[in-house]
Design a protein around this ligand. Sequence first.
Ligand code: 8DG
Length: 144
Amino acid sequence: MSERIVVAAALVDGGRLLAARRSAPADLAGRWELPGGKVEAGESPEAALVRELHEELGVAAEPGERVPGRWPLRAPFVLHVWTARLLPGSAAPEPLEDHDALRWLAPDRIWDVPWLDQDVPAVERVIAHLGLGAVPSPGGTAPE
Ligand SMILES: Nc1nc2c([nH]c(=O)n2[C@H]2C[C@H](O)[C@@H](COP(=O)(O)OP(=O)(O)OP(=O)(O)O)O2)c(=O)[nH]1
């Protein structure tokens, strides 16, 4: 089966990163992720990101650039991450779908939440890419 992209947002506001706690499926519930979802056939990753952020969080967001890297999820899915920001006048994010809590994490709080295991290297890369602060992950590996 060919690879399918899950696109997720490094949504940053005032130097803080938005994290979302999954409410389903059961094996992922309670763990934190970058909000996003599957890119549909014929859809660009940027369009998918804007659509998913609107559906899941009720926000109007603008994609920035892709964070270099690709992180394997359950096959055939692969995680790609894009930076994003809220457009002026956007509603504040709310956990409308797939999530039951949201947190804006300051750089020294990013590892306070239990991220999905597969998101940890992606979040490390986001921190390095955005220069959010060299806070090592609990695994002890300092971001590049
Ligand atoms: N959105 C998102 N999903 C992630 C991350 N890490 C990770 O393993 N996943 C998994 C969870 C899901 O199995 C899958 C994404 O599917 P989803 O359920 O969020 O996306 P969707 O709304 O397009 O899905 P669907 O219900 O329409 O099928 O990827 C992440 O950081 N963000």
